[in-house]
Design a binder for this molecule. Structure first.
Ligand code: GAL
Ligand code: CA
Length: 352
């Protein structure tokens, strides 16, 4: 019996039943034994910019769940270690160094500072370890010309444009209710994520561009960064409500947590309900769509991101062809499509 087959069987046998041992013997003829070239335990190092971020936490939860399933399906131990960079690039780099020192097989990186990718890639490359970036997209020069470096995420322009379409349709269908001052112009405020983040820059740009391209006249009353954060967004929104009151006709938010913060502020203010749109489709945001407080949101497919990363990581670790594991664009990118969500199709997303 080969070394790998033995380890597979002893794990089954630990569970202590003759039945399982028999099952293992049968499996050792085929399915249970790792293929040639596979190591016994695969180690995936996941470094996130912040675990306090609702959307990022949902991705790591999905990953951990999927890893457990993959272990059973593949009969192979997969060790996944998730570390929190606490929004500090120096901390994250030390965590990456530790993963490399300990011989991790693949790095999955949600980089704190997207301009710091080159240094990180150099280190991984020197150690012969592939890197999969996700959600926080490094600049193209750092990804496109490297071997075994990938990015998995959603297109920022797309989620912005889809958010703009939600508002465009509302403007067309409910013009009387939305254009409260009757001037034919849509007055809005914009809650932005982190400065410099591709999702802040492009969602902000494309949400409004979708309206102006369709010939809607818009007026920005205010915009500011609230760093994806519910509390910061609530504070900003309170100021704007004091300043503009129900002169605000639409509240664009670059993500759901900030949209929920805006809703917190609107509740405390006690005026009429205002139209708020977010991005992510987190569980609390979907609940707010159900109660009507959040007009709509855009699917940011965290489950899809986790699935693609794991498929890619397992293939890379085994020296396989990544193009066979996932749909790769330009040899380096996996893009997960967004979808618009409002009360009319909410059920499809609540059931998941
Ligand atoms: C965005 C997401 C935000 C936040 C951010 C972190 O895609 O919409 O909620 O998670 O990523 O990088
Ligand atoms: Ca108006």
């Amino acid at each position: 019996m080969s070394r790998n087959t033995k380890s597979c069987c002893s794990r089954w046998a630990d569970r202590g039943t003759a039945l399982l041992l028999a099952a293992c013997l049968a499996l050792s003829l085929g399915g249970c034994a790792p293929q040639e070239g596979e190591r016994e335990t695969l180690r995936l190092g996941v470094a996130v910019y912040s675990q306090d971020d609702t959307f990022i936490a949902s991705i790591t939860q999905e990953l951990e769940r999927m890893v457990q399933e993959a272990e059973v399906a593949r009969g192979r131990k997969i060790n996944i270690s998730v570390v929190d960079g606490a929004n500090n690039q120096t901390t994250q780099m030390e965590q990456i160094d530790r993963f490399l020192d300990r011989g991790y097989d693949v790095l999955l990186v949600n980089i704190v500072d997207r301009t710091a990718a080159a240094v990180l890639i150099d280190k991984a490359e020197a150690a012969g370890v592939p890197v999969i970036f996700f959600n926080r997209q490094p600049v193209a020069e750092d990804i496109d010309y490297r071997e075994r470096v990938y990015y998995v995420g959603a297109r920022a322009e797309e989620s912005g444009a889809l958010q703009g379409q939600l508002v465009l349709d509302a403007w067309r269908d409910q013009r009387m209710g939305l254009d409260r001052n009757g001037d034919g112009v849509l007055q809005y405020v914009m809650l932005e994520g982190e400065p410099g983040h591709q999702d802040s820059l492009l969602r902000t740009e494309y949400s409004v561009k979708t309206l102006t391209d369709a010939g809607v006249a818009v007026e920005k009353l205010a915009s500011d960064a609230a760093n994806w954060n519910r509390g910061q967004a609530a504070a900003k929104m309170s100021q704007w409500l004091e300043e503009f009151g129900d002169g605000i006709e639409v509240i664009f938010s670059n993500n759901d947590d900030m949209a929920l913060g805006a809703i917190d502020a609107i509740r405390a203010w006690g005026g009429p309900s205002l139209l708020v749109v977010g991005v992510d489709a987190t569980a609390p945001a979907l609940e707010a769509v159900a109660t009507g407080e959040l007009y709509g949101t855009i699917l940011n497919d965290g489950r899809g991101i986790a699935r693609a990363m794991l498929d890619l990581a397992l293939t890379l670790a085994d020296g396989g062809d990544p193009g066979q594991a996932v749909e790769l664009e330009d040899g380096h990118y996996v893009w997960l499509p967004g979808r618009r969500i409002d009360w009319s199709n909410l059920d499809e997303f609540l059931e998941e």
